[in-house]
Design a protein around this ligand. Sequence first.
Ligand code: ADP
Ligand code: ADP
Length: 224
Amino acid sequence: MSELNLVLLGPPGAGKGTQAERLVEDFGLPYYATGIILREAVAEESELGKEAKKYMDDGELVPDELISRAVAERFESGETDSGFLLDGFPRTVGQADVLDDLLRSRGRELTSVLLIEAPDDEVVRRLSGRRTCAKGNHVYHVEFDPPKHDDVCDQDGSRLIQRDDDRPETVRKRLAVYHDQTEPLIELYDARDLLMRFDGTRPPEEVHDRIRAKLAAKRFEDDE
Ligand code: ADP
Ligand code: ADP
């Protein structure tokens, strides 16, 4: 079967992480969320984490070179050789170029870019109620997708936390950054006929069904 080299694109809070959890199970793809990679680096106080922290706290993007290096390491190690799901990368035109180079130099290309769309007011509602499991990065919402027991992850029993950058002031900054620096990628990938659009305001299961169906159809076409 043809390999799946996938990117999840969309504003913060659109549901990329939520869908990624499901897609990883469906397709068994290695999953790289640059936000998770960066938060782990901050927790470990590695060089990457020390550099990245100030940008993340302010809701700004970390510099392209820094995050691109971390992504390139995953490609160099061979982990992505039979497909991948990238979440939160690329987020700038410069990062899209880096990804193209990483793939091209290996004789590969992107299969599809999955765009999950949600309006700003919905994003603000979602991020203010988002809770994330401290261990496995499973995602919940206090109202829209509550855990069975308050503040405890259903999947691994660990504590649920609220991310520092989900405070309202930082959320507004992150949205502005998305519109300014990341949204141009929509046109870029659309022009290359790679874009698949999904309405992120639908319930999580419905969004998941649509993505899975579209990917299955695409794979069928590619394998014809
Ligand atoms: P969300 O999906 O909620 O926007 P992420 O977890 O993807 O948040 O990202 C959190 C923060 O990590 C971003 O606000 C940014 O500072 C940093 N970050 C993540 N991915 C990238 C990237 N590809 N380029 C630059 N900064 C990034
Ligand atoms: P992203 O990775 O794009 O930043 P998340 O997957 O972390 O977004 O989702 C942000 C918040 O919105 C979480 O609290 C999550 O539980 C909730 N959420 C995700 N998808 C939906 C949906 N389709 N409807 C309602 N809430 C959702």
